[in-house]
Ligand binder design. Structure first.
Ligand code: DX5
Ligand code: ZN
Length: 220
């Protein structure tokens, strides 16, 4: 059993004060930082690139940075983010021409590798690659925007994936992303997820410490 990790998505942070915002959520009990990279091509929105990741490292952030690539193609960004200080890099299989090659690239650069499945993407895309992954990120909203509603069928999907991982005796983590808040987190935790991305539920709260505690309280 993996220790559960709370991963605030900086997508909902105040970008004008990003260094302070990341420091605040880490001081408030966040475990890792979730970094949503959007290219206005794979998803209809545009966020930030490796320079911002490097800027957070230069600012003194030492926590693990969990980069979620919503870009196509992916390989150039994998290399750039590994150099910029990312520890974990995930991408969507339909955004890469050669999924196995992209996974190998992430690992060769010393980062943990994850594959991201959209709400309507079947778990069968994990055939022939699951053994190589450190984690699978299951989207519980369609990618592109923060603050969307959790899609309930994700719970069943997590249960299926957990059963597959256990059957194969693997150590793969399950991350869940989208619409996670104090009302939705316990169902995904019980289903088998162990990394929890939360953007609006943390950054839109008046008190980050209280918001993170309210999430962690459900993980028992
Ligand atoms: C959506 C992103 C998510 C999103 C989560 O494409 O991958 O990380 O920011 O935001 P909330 O927690 O507000 O749904
Ligand atoms: Zn994300």
């Amino acid at each position: 059993m993996h220790a559960p990790l709370i991963a605030p998505s900086i997508l909902s942070a105040d970008f004008a004060r990003l260094g302070e915002e990341v420091t605040s959520v880490l001081d408030a009990g966040a475990d890792i930082i979730h970094f949503d990279v959007m290219d206005n091509h794979y998803v209809p929105n545009l966020t930030f690139g490796p320079t911002i990741c490097k800027a957070l490292r230069d600012y003194g952030i030492t926590a693990d940075i969990d980069v979620h690539l919503m870009v196509s193609p992916v390989d150039n960004m994998i290399e750039a983010f590994a150099k910029a200080g990312a520890n974990m890099i995930s991408f969507h299989p339909e955004a890469s021409q050669h999924v196995d090659r992209s996974v190998e690239l992430i690992k060769s650069l010393g980062c943990k590798a994850g594959l991201v499945l959209n709400p309507a993407t079947s778990l069968s895309v994990l055939d022939y690659i699951l053994e190589k992954l450190d984690y699978v990120l299951l989207m519980s909203v369609n990618p592109g925007f923060g603050g969307q509603q959790f899609i309930p069928h994700t719970v069943e999907k997590i249960q299926h994936l957990k059963a597959i991982i256990d059957d194969l005796d693997l150590n793969t983590r399950i991350e869940v992303d989208g619409g996670i808040n104090k009302n939705t987190i316990s169902a995904v935790f019980e289903a088998g997820a162990d990394m929890f991305v939360a953007g609006s539920a943390i950054f839109n709260a008046p008190n980050y410490k209280q918001a993170i505690q309210e999430l962690k309280q459900q993980l028992k």
